[in-house]
Design a protein around this ligand. Structure first.
Ligand SMILES: [Cu+2]
Length: 118
C-alpha cells in the first residue's frame, strides 16, 4: 500500500503542476498570487449566443444567427463562420442554440470556442 500511495502522490503532484494559473488550486501557491489579477481567463461573459441555421461539414463552415459580438464590434446578424475544429460541426444541430467565441483569423471569422447553451 505504501508503494501505491507513493505513486498516487506523484501523480497528484504532476497533475497539480499542470494546472493552469486560472485554477482555484493555484491560490495555494503564494508566490504566484500576485500574478492572478493579470490573468483574464475566457469567462462565460465573453461568449456570444447564436442559433445554428446550417452546418456545412464538407466546407468546415456553419451559418449562425448570432447576437452581438463585442470583441468583433459586430451587431446581431446571420452569417457564415469557419470553425476551428471541424468535429464541432457534429455538435451544431440546425436550430440548436450555441454559445461561442469568434475571432478574426487572417481575416476569416472563425469560431474558436464552442459550448452548448445548456
Ligand atoms: Cu456577424
Amino acid at each position: 500500500m505504501k508503494r501505491q500511495h507513493g505513486i498516487i502522490t506523484a501523480a497528484l503532484a504532476t497533475i497539480f503542476s499542470l494546472l493552469p494559473a486560472t485554477s482555484p488550486f493555484a491560490g495555494s501557491q503564494d508566490e504566484h498570487a500576485g500574478h492572478r489579477a493579470q490573468s483574464t481567463p475566457a469567462s462565460e461573459s465573453s461568449l456570444s449566443e447564436g442559433v445554428v441555421r446550417k452546418a456545412d461539414k464538407a466546407a468546415g463552415k456553419v451559418t449562425i444567427a448570432h447576437g452581438p459580438l463585442p470583441n468583433l464590434k459586430m451587431p446581431a446578424m446571420t452569417m457564415v463562420f469557419r470553425v476551428k475544429d471541424a468535429a464541432w460541426l457534429d455538435r451544431m444541430q440546425v436550430d440548436s442554440t450555441i454559445r461561442f467565441q469568434a475571432e478574426s483569423i487572417n481575416g476569416v471569422l472563425t469560431i474558436v470556442h464552442l459550448e452548448s447553451a445548456k
